[in-house]
Design a protein around this ligand. Structure first.
Ligand SMILES: [Zn+2]
Length: 325
């Protein structure tokens, strides 16, 4: 499906596995020249869908001259390589997003790091193997990226007769950005602010100093200060009322953090133990990917609670345990 959301700016809905089922890319036309924001997921039928949607408005993949990425998760950069092969499009993203992608490409080293990281957080060998499988699967969905320029915070870029600002919004991913068309009050939000679900948070296992939750909440404040009239996210419908949505997401995180702290008792437990208790019986209905995301999120809250001084972390025989401070 392709929808014109503003003059010559199109939303293109592309397929995706998992429960989200779809991801949006956005295409800005100036004459025949297209600027694409995000590039869908690499999966059967996705490229054809992009080509068919563009064709329905008189464009072709070969017209894509530039691609801007909000972040390098597989559902946002998947088709970059195929598009670049066809059109020679110039690719623009942040340095951190480029690094995160490069770490995935290195493969072996990332898997070894992931094994050590998740074992340290109390995962059994079998569960670590399942995580490694998820990472390996994700790797096969990542394209090779030929980068033209790196995005700097708050710089203004031009596409035809339109200009937009690059707003750094680390949190959902370390190198995440939104694109803000100030004249129209229009924000291409990537996965920073979604209409129905709070964006997932997960560790950057290559940079354990990165605090996803506090970075994310700071990035919400950055957006809150902008004169945004309409938000166009990576998943779900476009919406307005950004401040109300930001308040809802803040409340969600505050609630989840409080729910989690009540599960941390005097006796030390691992991130994995605490996550299992948090999910409870619902675990039976969850697939490995959902459990993996829940573990990541538990990690994120525990790290924040530790930083807030509300829980303690101790290392025993290579495994991290958390207890009430
Ligand atoms: Zn996404």
């Amino acid at each position: 499906m392709i929808t014109e959301i503003s003059e010559n700016l199109y939303r293109i809905t592309l397929p995706m596995p998992f429960r989200l089922r779809h991801v949006h890319a956005y295409a800005l036309a100036c004459g025949r020249r297209l600027t694409l924001f995000d590039a869908g997921m690499l999966m059967p039928g996705a490229y054809e869908k992009l080509a068919a949607d563009l064709a329905s408005r008189g464009f072709a993949v070969a017209d894509i001259a530039d691609i801007y990425l909000t972040h390098t998760h597989a559902d946002h950069c998947g088709l970059v390589e195929a598009i670049q092969e066809k059109s020679g499009a110039r690719l623009h993203l942040t340095e951190i997003a480029r690094q995160v992608h490069a770490h995935f490409e290195e493969g072996g080293r990332l898997v070894a790091k992931a094994r050590a990281f998740y074992a340290r957080h109390g995962m059994s060998g079998r569960d670590v193997a399942a995580v490694v499988e998820e990472i390996e699967d994700m790797k096969t969905r990542l394209p090779r990226l030929e980068v033209a320029t790196l995005l700097r915070a708050n710089e203004v870029r031009r596409a035809g007769n339109r200009t937009f600002e690059v707003i750094f919004t680390p949190g959902h991913a370390a190198g995440h950005v939104c694109f803000f068309f100030r004249d129209e009050g229009l924000l291409l939000a990537g996965d920073h602010i979604l209409p129905y679900i709070p964006p997932s948070l997960s560790p950057n296992i290559d940079d354990e100093v990165f605090q996803p939750l506090s970075s994310y909440l700071e990035s919400l404040t950055v957006i809150e200060k902008l004169p945004v009239d309409s938000i166009h996210p990576g998943h779900g419908n476009s919406f307005s009322g950004v401040r109300e949505r930001i308040d809802e997401i803040r409340a969600h995180h505050a609630l989840k953090k409080e729910a989690l702290v009540t599960l941390v008792g005097r006796k030390g437990q691992t991130t994995f133990d605490i996550c299992a208790r948090l999910i409870g019986e619902a675990a039976a209905a969850w697939d490995d990917w959902e459990k993996f995301m829940a573990l990541n999120e538990t990690y994120v809250y525990l790290q924040q609670l530790k930083k807030d001084g509300r829980i303690r972390e101790t290392l025993t025989s290579g495994v991290l345990y958390y207890s009430a401070a």
